[in-house]
Design a protein around this ligand. Sequence first.
Ligand code: MBD
Ligand code: FE
Length: 285
Amino acid sequence: MTDTITPAEQATAAASGAAATEVFRNKQSAAAATSKERVDTLAREVLAAMHDIIRRHKVTYAEYDVLKAWLIQVGLDGEWPLFLDVWAEHVVEEVANENRQGSKGTIEGPYYVPGAPEFPAEATLPMRENETGTPLLFQGQVASVDGTPLAGAVIDIWHADDDGYYSQFAPGLPEWNLRGRIVADDEGRFRIRTVQPAPYQIPTDGSCGRLIAAAGWHAWRPAHLHLKVFAPGHQLITAQLYFQGGEHIEDDIASAVKPELILAPTPVADGTGNEVTYDFVLDKA
Ligand code: MBD
Ligand code: FE
């Protein structure tokens, strides 16, 4: 017996949803305005698509009330960030970055927190003394599309632990566990030591989980590292990197896997874990 509260004992959909909602509300870009014409067009077409579905499937009053109750509960659970990032963000990302020449990106998801502690080019991410998971050396170089190395590029990395929990979204984890901003060296190179994350199941005890259960879907994302790569004069890349052969690479619930984003780590000679090299190419701003 121990009196330590583990994330698994206390993590709830409502708690992680409330944290994700709060983080999103602090994001400045959320306040960006749009024109009346744009709102008119988009809102009208969303509503028309809904009307069309109701007619084609002859949606009943009983079904309409189930939907209403469910939508109310999504908000109460704080799960709008989760819902939107799992089932809609991938298309927004596709449209936003369709003209990029450099490295592929993918969705940000609901668990990024700006302001992680900063580290030099060779660094170990903040982790607990007994952090479980296979050690991973993640190294590479950041360059511009013309091949120029980007000295001082910042690699902002965050990922779940071996149990699938993100710090600040599950209780009992150190504030910045498995989160850090690594500043690349004069040649744009970085060497980051962390542990390989496990496949991730989105919360099953909230509204998103109820939808998944009611529809007979699954709640899994493949194991992934999240990254944002910043360099002056260049477009920010928001990406995730996955692991070759990992579970749910082929059926990510968030539809965010791309072949270019799959890593194939190899065991390091001294038997202390895996290593992998991945280079980032940034488009000019
Ligand atoms: C995640 O960890 C994630 O990356 C996304 C996109 C959605 C839910 C949880
Ligand atoms: Fe994630």
